[in-house]
Write a protein that binds this ligand. Structure first.
Ligand code: PSU
Ligand code: MN
Length: 305
């Protein structure tokens, strides 16, 4: 396959990958479509710093100027955060945006796909996409889940977004053979809250064990991703009942406005932020920082195996 010509990897990341140094991928949809400007810019820099401070190299990923960019400079980060005319690229959009030169932010699915092309094994996000509530009628199932079925990247995530149907999301992952690990927990985290009432398949006690599981899976040729559920730190966790009411309201508003397809998730996140007076955004930032920390630790351990 002739994909190399589409990849643009910064020299620092290229060097790290060649020399088996730890690298952590980061997505850009969370910047362009998941958080408001300029909070997202502060987040983008801080999350990269957290990863560096733990001895790994951050690789924020986006589609810019007809290239799959792995590692963004300050100017490119600003472009993604200002989000003027930045599309949202899931798997189906990648070839179109590359071929036409449309700038696009990468979702979890696309960031996994590009990470695999570049050779990055560990990726930190906020919360992955999943099976939406009412999907038995709407068929709205995030392409993120299909990506886990065949792309060899581990994703550290605060469970999946609370706007989803967690039970159905876990069923889908089981069907496609995706291990769901709980980082120091046996409960599947629920994005803004550290509890959900759903259990993970396996609780892992530390980064070393998580790294060993990844290595074993891929050594065996068992293709596909691994979801590592990392709960939001308890002090930032939002009350379940309160946030559930807000989510219901946001879902109702989306229905009234006829929001569909890839606009759904950004609409819900922005509406929940408004309805909670910014409280949900503060939680979103903290859970994503926490995921970056754990991803960096796992990447460091993985590079030693
Ligand atoms: N997690 C966040 N904020 C986000 C997203 C995840 O904290 O904005 C994004 C991710 O990029 C994820 C996408 O892949 O939402 C899912 O979108 P959809 O449901 O349209 O597949
Ligand atoms: Mn969708």
């Amino acid at each position: 396959m002739d994909y190399q010509k589409y990849l643009s990897i910064t020299p620092e990341i290229e060097d790290a990958l060649k020399n088996n140094k730890p690298v952590v991928a980061l997505e850009s949809t969370i910047l362009s479509h998941g958080m408001p400007y300029p909070d997202n810019l502060e987040f983008a820099h801080k999350v990269e710093k957290i990863i560096r401070d733990l001895g790994a190299i951050p690789a924020t990923i986006a589609i810019l100027n007809g290239k799959l960019k792995v590692g963004l400079n300050d100017e490119e980060l600003l472009t993604m955060c200002e989000a003027k005319n930045i599309a949202k690229a899931s798997r189906r959009d990648v070839a179109v945006y590359l071929a036409t030169g449309q700038a696009a932010a990468t979702t979890v699915a696309t960031t996994m796909l590009i990470s695999e092309l570049a050779g990055i094994k560990v990726f930190a996000t906020g919360g992955i996409g999943g099976v939406h509530r009412g999907a038995e009628k709407t068929m709205d199932i995030s392409a993120d889940l299909q990506e886990f079925a065949h792309t060899n990247v581990a994703v550290v995530s605060a469970g999946c977004k609370a706007i989803l149907d967690l039970g159905l999301t876990l069923e889908y992952l089981e069907t496609y053979g995706v291990p769901v690990l709980g980082y120091k927990t046996d409960e599947f985290p629920c994005f803004y809250s550290d509890t959900s009432g759903f259990k993970v398949d396996y609780a892992v006690p530390d980064a070393q064990t998580a790294a060993k599981i990844l290595k074993t899976k891929w050594d065996l040729g068992l293709n596909g991703g691994v979801l590592i559920g990392n709960p939001i730190p308890h002090e930032y966790s939002l009350n379940h009942n309160k946030i559930d009411g807000v989510i219901d309201k946001a879902l109702e508003m989306a229905k009234e406005k006829g929001i569909k397809g890839k606009a759904t998730t950004p609409f819900l996140l922005a509406t929940i932020k408004d309805l909670t007076g910014g409280e949900s955004l503060a939680s979103n930032l903290q859970l994503a920082y926490n995921n970056a920390r754990v991803a960096a630790e796992i990447a460091v351990e993985y590079s030693k195996l």
